[in-house]
Design a protein around this ligand. Structure first.
Ligand code: ZN
Length: 501
């Protein structure tokens, strides 16, 4: 490694360690921090983020990148060094293209608009939130103009979450899957063989849930010597580096499958971080590459594996033993049907595998229309209700359960939603590739043997960490560019059988 690259790595390494420390403080805030520490924690985090921003955008950083780039110019563009500098240049350009005043104004407005949103949502008062939302979209438009784009203003925003992805790609992905999904959702609603999910509701003692979820994440391969699981109001995974990955789950003593699937989901994120290779440790190439690819890992373990008949068949005797009173006379097949209940609901975060993507589609269509000036903020509630009726067949009783339900827009996360669906599609495409590589994958899962699945993911996804752009990674791992067909086929065949369609 040349001198210039070494110097850059040393500077970038310090920023990475500061980010890890900030992440740990954030994790603590949502798990164990005493309430009175909130103010000092906010100060600690603000100080760290200021320092990180200064170091990431300094002239020194610019010079270090420029010298290192000069030395990588002659190298193979796929070498680790060249990819490191490509990633560093991208991060630096994004951080320095935005004027400091705009960044500060957005940050101030985020805090303010979040507070207004919390109240507006409580009282289902869209008119109270509309001025804040207008300002948020205006600021976001300014941000997109500074970042730059060629085709659609949306491109500048989604690129922040899913490098390389464009509005046209997302529109294509949805137009391919929309007819099939809408049709399947309506057919399930009219099915003569509905699912009874009462077996997962009732008395499920919390300590037993904790034990069972740990057994499940251990079994699929989450390494608790390099991570742990705790509890939080909103489950999340915080991976500081490959050797320190924190999962959280949510235990509701009256509802078992929530904790079970939150744990499998977060462990999927966690194993991706744990699979980042040792030689990228402390560099800009370490860790998961994008939100969409991250979500493909969590959804794969949660749904394609965790909600399969083979997985449930293996896990159910252990679950039944933990809750003999509630599940003693329940069959594995009843449990399998219960955890695969599909029911159009108003709220995205409660949605099942089938209807989830329709929630995302609505949000994508609406935010694109607002950004490109085709939809006025004042007309958002009506536009929301119309799409809800059209796609999900249900109409929100008020805006609190309608267009005010998500935190994202109030927090300036515009262009973010499609990464959820992208994750689902990629999970379907990866699962298809795994089935080709491991034709007996169902037999393996039925025996509780998950190592071959994790091994495939390690080799084809995890070991590349952030070296390649998401689209390159998908092509490398599955042999074809992103397509929605595998995911839609998976949903159609699975749910046609469950609901006798
Ligand atoms: Zn997730």
């Amino acid at each position: 490694m040349s001198d210039a690259i070494k110097k850059f790595q040393a500077h970038a390494g310090r920023i990475i360690r500061l980010n890890e420390a900030a992440g740990l403080l954030g994790w603590d805030q949502q798990t164990f921090m005493p309430p009175a520490a909130a103010e000092s924690r906010a100060e600690q985090l603000a100080t760290l983020s200021e320092l990180i921003h200064e170091m990431s955008t300094s002239k020194e950083m610019g010079d270090l990148i420029a010298s290192a780039e000069a030395e990588t110019a002659a190298l193979d563009p796929d070498s680790d060094e060249a990819r490191t500098m490509k990633k560093a240049r991208r991060d630096y350009d994004i951080a320095t293209k935005l004027p400091t005043e705009l960044v500060a104004e957005i940050a101030r407005h985020e805090t303010l608009s979040h507070e207004v949103w919390v109240k507006a949502r409580q009282h289902a008062d869209f008119a109270g939130f509309a001025p804040s939302l207008k300002k948020m979209f205006d600021l976001t438009r300014q941000k997109a103009e500074c970042l730059g784009y060629t085709d659609h203003i949306y491109d500048a925003l989604i690129d922040l979450y899913e490098p390389g992805m464009k509005h046209a790609d997302v529109a294509k992905m949805f137009s391919e899957m929309k007819p099939g999904l809408v049709e399947l959702t309506h057919a399930i609603a009219d099915s003569s063989n509905p699912v009874d999910n009462s077996v997962v509701h009732g008395d499920f003692p919390g300590d037993k849930q904790r034990e069972v979820t740990l057994k499940l994440i251990d079994a699929i391969g989450f390494d608790r010597k390099r991570g742990r699981q705790d509890e939080a109001a909103h489950p999340f995974c915080a991976g500081f580096n490959r050797n320190d990955v924190r999962l959280t789950t949510r235990i509701d003593p009256q509802y078992f499958s929530q904790a079970m699937y939150a744990s499998l989901h977060e462990a999927g994120h966690g194993m991706y971080e744990q699979g980042s290779p040792e030689h990228f440790e402390g560099t800009v190439l370490a860790g998961g590459v994008s939100l969409g690819i991250h979500e493909s890992q969590s959804r794969l373990w949660e749904n394609l594996v965790g909600r399969s008949r083979a997985f449930v068949g293996w896990a159910f005797p252990m679950i039944q033993e933990a809750f003999p009173q509630k599940l003693g006379s329940v069959s594995s097949e009843q449990f399998y049907r219960a955890v695969n209940n599909v029911e159009p609901s108003l709220v995205r975060v409660e949605a099942d595998e089938v209807t989830y993507n329709l929630h995302v589609l609505m949000r994508f269509e609406l935010e694109s229309a607002i950004l490109s000036g085709k939809l006025d903020i004042d007309d958002l509630p009506d536009a929301w209700d119309t799409l809800s009726e059209q796609y999900l067949g249900i109409m929100p009783p008020d805006d609190g359960k309608g267009c005010l339900q998500d935190v994202h827009w109030s927090a300036g996360l515009i262009g973010y939603f499609p990464t959820y669906t992208l994750g689902n599609l990629v999970s379907g495409q990866i699962w298809n590739a795994i089935n080709k590589a491991l034709p007996d994958v169902n037999a393996l899962m039925a025996k509780g043997e998950f190592a071959p699945i994790l091994e495939w993911l390690r080799t084809n996804i995890h070991q590349h960490a952030s070296k390649f752009e998401p689209s390159e990674l998908i092509l490398k791992a599955t042999g074809e560019p992103l397509t929605s067909c595998y995911y839609v086929d998976y949903l159609t065949s699975k749910y046609s059988e469950i609901y006798s369609l």
